[in-house]
Design a protein around this ligand. Structure first.
Ligand SMILES: [Zn+2]
Length: 327
């Protein structure tokens, strides 16, 4: 088999495309594959599909996946056809998308790498700038997002998280039924809801159709939900509520530790459900007079309320618990 045919097959090219020249320079660590088509070939018009003669050609280069440790490049003269009805059109090439300097296979490799590592690391690995990689990622993410259908979204969870080593915040909106990220936006204020509602509508969803939203107790979020998700019942999520309750238990403990030295250095004993700490916890719970032990019992009751499926029953128990604490 001659080497042009070998590379034609290896690249998966189909007629009229074929490799007609291969140059391999060891000292430059580089393989160059020249792709062409026979004179007189016809290509279909992008608009109507009619087979049309070639009008002119443009020289282009794409980076392909490495050939072992050597960088590989594809070169081709890309034809433009002249359709009697639709005029002059660029012919799409089967190995790359329009406007990209990389082949589809190279882009697929990039998309696989950036799932597993930071973009900058992937860029160094393939010896490209991260800016070029971001351009590829942006393209595929935008394409995928454009196809997202949010018509069935009714239950939304949201939370903020820090980005860039904790300096900036982004807010995430999640479809709780489909367990899927819907939208991410900078900031953690009420305006995040405007942007979410806009994006939701752009994807066939409706802010009016949101019946439930789960969030932390941040006042800006509550304000945003009131203004932009008018039909949504707000639920403060268990994770954030438990965090508050745990902080309260620890506040009681720290205060009481001033007069009860036994409580010193027992923060995790009360917080963690840890086998190794259980014995110590049992020992402390023996002392019925400890306020911390009482606070801990409240926490357990509060935690149990979340396991109750009956809404009315849950409400009654929660009210009873709050009443007990105040009394
Ligand atoms: Zn045409």
């Amino acid at each position: 088999m001659d080497q042009n045919l070998l590379f034609t097959l290896a690249l998966g090219l189909v007629p009229p495309w074929m490799v007609d020249d291969v140059t391999f320079k060891v000292e430059e660590k580089r393989l160059d594959l020249h792709v062409t088509f026979p004179k007189g070939s016809r290509f279909s018009c992008a608009a109507c599909g009619a087979e049309c003669p070639v009008h002119d050609v443009q020289k282009k280069t794409w980076r392909h996946m490495d050939f072992f440790q050597h960088e590989a490049y594809l070169h081709a003269r890309v034809p433009r056809v002249k359709c009697p009805e639709h005029g002059v059109h660029q012919v799409p090439v089967p190995w790359a998308r329009e406007g990209s300097h990389f082949t589809l296979l190279f882009e697929a490799l990039i998309m696989t790498l950036v799932r597993a590592m930071p973009v900058l690391t992937a860029a160094r690995l393939v010896r490209e700038t991260d800016k070029r990689l971001w351009r590829i990622i942006d393209h595929y993410v935008e394409t995928a997002r454009a196809r997202v259908d949010m018509a069935a979204v009714h239950t939304v969870g949201m939370d903020e998280t820090s980005s860039r080593r904790g300096h900036d915040y982004i807010t995430l909106f999640v479809d709780l039924e489909a367990r899927q990220l819907l939208f991410a936006t900078p900031g953690k204020d009420a305006s995040t809801f405007t942007r979410f509602a806009t994006d939701l509508e752009a994807h066939g969803g409706s802010a009016q159709a949101i019946t439930d939203v789960s969030m932390d107790l941040s006042p800006p979020f509550q304000k945003g939900a009131d203004a932009y998700l008018p039909n949504a019942q707000v639920t403060f999520d268990r994770f954030h509520l438990m965090k508050l309750v745990n902080e309260a238990v620890d506040a009681v403990r720290r205060n009481e530790a001033l007069s009860q030295p036994d409580l010193k250095k027992t923060r995790w004993v009360w917080l963690k459900n840890d086998r190794n700490l259980k014995a110590k916890l049992q020992e402390l719970l023996q002392n019925q007079n400890l306020k911390t032990a009482q606070a801990y019992q409240y926490r357990l009751t509060f935690q149990d309320i979340f396991t109750i499926k009956n809404r009315h029953q849950g409400t009654t128990l929660l009210k009873a618990l709050v009443g007990k604490r105040q009394g």
